[in-house]
Design a protein around this ligand. Structure first.
Ligand code: FES
Length: 178
């Protein structure tokens, strides 16, 4: 088999770290909603990471961080900090087709979230932070309030909010995931 030339290697590396035109267009739409300055670009990091994560089957890889930072003209460390701070981003972590985040913060905890987590763990046969063996569901370890306290206890499934949870609702929702 023919060895890659140095030029081909450099070309492949550049392609690997580049955003596609479609991704750039979606990120540009977010950028247009913020001021055209460094603070505005920082504001676009979260939605832009969602774009890349969604396109990559629910996970992020290091080259996404580098590509996005370069595109936004930001230090790579700044984008890395965001990607590793929020539990909604999954960097270097394989995830299932569906991500289930049961909120266990104070309002949800006071309304029985711990019991619901235990129920979901038993139902799925995985612990928080794990993925079912069929790759269907990742039960995300959630440490932050998910901003749905008024409907506590609640969970977020693939970005959709489900409030006033009960075991029956969990059955219904999880059983409906392909
Ligand atoms: S504490 Fe669960 S949504 Fe706020």
């Amino acid at each position: 088999m023919r060895q890659e030339t140095a030029q081909e290697k450099a070309q492949h590396a550049a392609q690997e770290t580049a955003l596609t035109e479609a991704q750039q267009a979606r990120i540009d739409r977010w950028l247009a909603q913020y001021p055209p300055d460094p603070a505005g670009r920082r504001s676009a990091v979260i939605p832009a990471l969602h774009v890349l994560q969604d396109d990559n089957g629910g996970t992020l890889e290091r080259h996404h961080i580098a590509a996005l930072a370069d595109y936004l003209g930001m230090p790579r460390a700044a984008v890395f900090e965001v990607a590793t701070f929020y539990s909604m981003f999954h960097l270097d972590t394989a995830c299932g087709r569906h991500k289930v985040n049961i909120c266990t913060n104070i309002s949800c905890w006071l309304n029985g979230a711990d019991g619901l987590v235990a129920y979901a763990e038993e139902k799925l046969g995985v612990r928080l932070g794990e993925t079912t063996t069929d790759g269907r569901i990742t039960l995300v370890r959630e440490e932050e309030c998910l901003a749905g306290c008024v409907g506590a206890p609640m969970m977020v499934v693939d970005g959709h909010y489900h409030t006033h949870l009960t075991r029956e609702r969990i059955d219904e929702i999880l059983d409906g995931l392909d």
